[in-house]
Ligand binder design. Structure first.
Ligand code: GLN
Length: 189
């Protein structure tokens, strides 16, 4: 049975569950290690990455999520979730999973610009542009050659894939466009 887990320690997990439901896919809120055993994919939502990291330690989820990743289960990180996936976080030693060979810069679009929306060109998703909502968003400052850059905005990488890991700097769960969630679901064997 296809069940997707959404890490539900804090942040925008409900919205991801709604998007998955709109894709016709069942999801569960993950707060306990044993819940990872029944899922075929994991979404790490937006929120606040330092808080999320602390909670992941408190809930003993770091090791189990790394084990899940090493089993080849796809993981999709959005915004703070993207920060959690990164190996390097510029100027920070906050906890992270470090599964993707990317360096991310937090709050990278400037403090005065809290949030904004743009149309992104994402060839992998077809011709129609993808509306992207950025909220105190990070971006990918650098990525190693094994990382596939899927979209940029103002020359900054905002969507990337490395094997079974997908990272978006923006919030795909806050629009009605389901293409990125469907793309992620297609990463599941
Ligand atoms: N700025 C947040 C962080 O650094 C991420 C923002 C978000 O997830 N919307 O964790």
């Amino acid at each position: 049975k296809l069940v997707i887990g959404v890490l539900a320690l804090q942040g925008a997990f409900i919205e991801h569950q709604k998007a998955l439901a709109n894709c016709g896919v069942e999801s569960i809120q993950v707060r306990k290690p044993e819940q990872l055993e029944e899922i075929k994919g994991l979404i790490i939502p937006g929120g606040e990455s330092t808080t999320m990291g602390k909670l992941m330690h408190q809930f003993d989820l770091f090791e189990p999520i790394l084990n899940l990743a090493h089993k080849g289960v796809p993981i999709f990180g959005t915004c703070a979730g993207m920060i959690m996936l990164a190996k390097d976080i510029v100027g920070s030693n906050q906890p992270r999973l470090g599964l993707m060979d990317i360096a991310v810069e937090r709050n990278a679009f400037g403090r005065q610009v809290e949030s904004f929306e743009v149309d992104l060109n994402v060839p992998e998703l077809g011709e129609e542009p993808l509306r992207a909502i950025f909220i105190r968003a990070p971006y990918i400052k650098s990525a190693s050659s094994n990382v596939q850059v899927m979209a940029t905005f103002q020359d900054k990488i905002v969507l990337a894939r490395q094997g079974k890991f997908l990272a978006a700097a923006f919030h795909p769960e806050l629009t009605n466009d389901l293409r990125l969630h469907k793309y992620f679901l297609n990463m599941i064997d």
